[in-house]
Design a protein around this ligand. Structure first.
Ligand code: ADP
Ligand code: MG
Ligand code: ZN
Length: 502
């Protein structure tokens, strides 16, 4: 199906009600793999972080990574789930070259965490509750690279390379209950859910959850039902969507595609689909009816996981403030609107502003610099804000220099520029570049006298009551002092000298 055959989004929503299910895989940041002691560090030579267990060699015995279980429980608790008193791992049997054991160690009908929810905030501030079916532990597969073809896909490739370094890295799969009632906002809810989950995972410190690096990936299940009908329609499952924007686009595309098929009298086949970044479309993958039976059975080589209630409560005590709650608290403390907070979030500036405020800067000043000058510089250099070579403490110091009157905004910008250029701390840059505001009244007075003498017509206008004309004289003084005068003080002095009320 091509894009042109889609039903328009509004038309689709006029007749149908979308139902969604989101399955998110998160790669945990544990030091070692889930069932062996191999390192999980990225960037190592292919197949240098493997052992008989994660290669599935005969006789090798797995052992559960306690810190993986701990992360799973903390994620479950943060999602308001119940934590199983006793659960087992299961073998999910299938053959694929990137999975050397020929089964994935996963959990099936006994997940470690179940029945929870995550409240997500939409752009207009409305809160939507997404219910969680379960969160279970499993392991990642290796990585295949198809070489010799034009597309990097297996078709047309001359051979394939396999790297098992990733095989056995712990994964947590978080599955929602069917999400109903979102209506036309279903794609926005999908995106907001994944965004919120990512923030939560990062706040828990269990993974960096970088979607662009595959540390977090989402399968989008979607079906439509005619408005007013209870029963769900047949779903499609768009696999491995790996950015927030793509999650939203995939849901939107599937709504339009399902509507086109259904309203022309066709029926949806249950299948997996691939998402295409280029045009936001999805194409058919594997039809579910043909999918193999995984012959799940309990893993005989691993003991059951039975976390004591004391341990669970201890872990509950380690939970951070939920990201949504923290965001709302900060928004109030900073006295900004939802919309302004959204910009701060999008810029990835929340933690930087918090750290700058912790270092003593007023919130509005901290926000002004990070969202203004520094965001502009990061954008110019094509980097993220945290990658700029200036620390929150240094930004706070610049704010302090402005507050005490040593720097004006223009000089502060030059100071920041110097820090970014590696010229040293704000104080060092101010010294080296000689950026202090000219506050010596005598020197300023001379500059003001010269400006008045040099522009007698302007001075006359001001005397005659045209106070607005003072700008030209202030400009002349600022120019003469290379921008290092306090403009407000200059204006005051001009008025005093001309004998005009300011
Ligand atoms: P599978 O492994 O076959 O994909 P899961 O139960 O792991 O099954 O995940 C299915 C996901 O799709 C869940 O999030 C579930 O809530 C959701 N879901 C189930 N039925 C439907 C449906 N008819 N339409 C949309 N989503 C659905
Ligand atoms: Mg699925
Ligand atoms: Zn190993």
């Amino acid at each position: 199906m091509t894009v042109t055959e889609l039903v328009s989004y509004d038309e689709a929503l006029a007749s149908y009600d979308p139902v969604m299910g989101l399955e998110v895989h998160v790669e945990l940041g544990t030091r070692t793999k889930m069932f062996c002691g191999c390192s999980t560090a990225l960037g190592a030579d292919a197949n240098s972080q493997v052992c008989p267990t994660c290669l599935g060699l005969p006789g090798a015995l797995p052992v559960v990574n306690k810190s993986g279980v701990e992360s799973a429980i903390r994620i479950g608790l943060a999602l308001h789930c119940e934590i199983a008193e006793w659960c087992r791992f299961a073998r999910k049997n299938y053959f694929y070259p990137d999975m050397p054991k020929n089964f994935q160690t996963s959990q099936y009908d006994e997940p470690i965490a179940f029945d929870g929810y995550l409240d997500v905030q939409l752009e207009d501030g409305e809160v939507f509750r997404v219910e969680i079916e379960r969160a279970h532990m499993e392991e990642d597969t290796g990585k295949s690279t198809h070489v010799g073809g034009a597309t990097g896909r297996i078709h047309g490739a001359s051979h394939s390379l396999l790297d098992y370094n990733r095989a056995g890295i712990p994964l947590i799969e978080i599955v929602t209950k069917p999400i109903v009632g979102a209506g036309e906002r279903a794609p926005e809810v999908a995106k907001a859910y994944v965004a919120e989950l990512r923030e939560l995972i990062k706040a828990l410190g269990v993974s960096e959850a970088r979607m662009e690096m595959g540390q977090m990936r989402c399968d989008v299940n979607l079906s439509l039902r005619p408005k007013g009908r209870e029963a769900f329609g047949t779903r499609s499952e768009t696999k491995n969507v790996n950015s927030l924007r793509s999650v939203e686009r995939a849901a939107r595309f599937e709504i339009q595609r399902h509507a086109a098929v259904l309203s022309s009298g066709g029926s949806i086949v249950q299948e997996t689909r691939h998402f295409h970044e280029e045009d936001g479309s999805t194409t058919s993958g594997r039809v579910k009816e043909e999918a193999e039976d995984y012959r799940y059975f309990p893993e005989p080589d691993l003991v059951p996981v039975a976390p004591s209630r004391e341990w669970v409560e201890e872990l509950r005590g380690t939970l951070p403030e939920l990201p949504r709650v923290r965001r709302n608290r900060l928004r109030e403390e900073w006295g900004i609107t939802e919309h302004e907070m959204q910009s701060v979030l999008n810029a990835g500036a929340v933690d930087l502003i918090v750290a700058t405020v912790d270092a003593g800067a007023p919130a509005d000043q901290a926000r002004k610099w990070w969202m203004g000058e520094l965001a502009r510089r990061a954008n110019e250099d094509g980097v993220e804000l945290p990658a700029l070579s200036i620390t929150p403490e240094q930004v706070a110091r610049v704010c302090a220099l402005v507050a005490e009157g040593s720097l004006n905004d223009k000089l502060a910008r030059q100071t920041i520029e110097g820090v970014l250029a590696g010229e040293g701390t704000p104080d060092e840059v101010v010294d080296k570049r000689g950026l202090k505001v000219v506050s010596d009244e005598g020197a300023l007075g001379t500059a003001v006298d010269e400006a008045i003498a040099g522009n007698p017509d302007v001075a006359e206008k001001i005397r005659g009551g045209k106070v607005a004309a003072a700008g030209a004289l202030v400009g002349a003084v600022m120019k003469a002092t290379r921008g290092q005068a306090d403009a407000a003080r200059v204006k005051e002095m001009i008025m005093e000298k001309l004998g005009v009320e300011g």
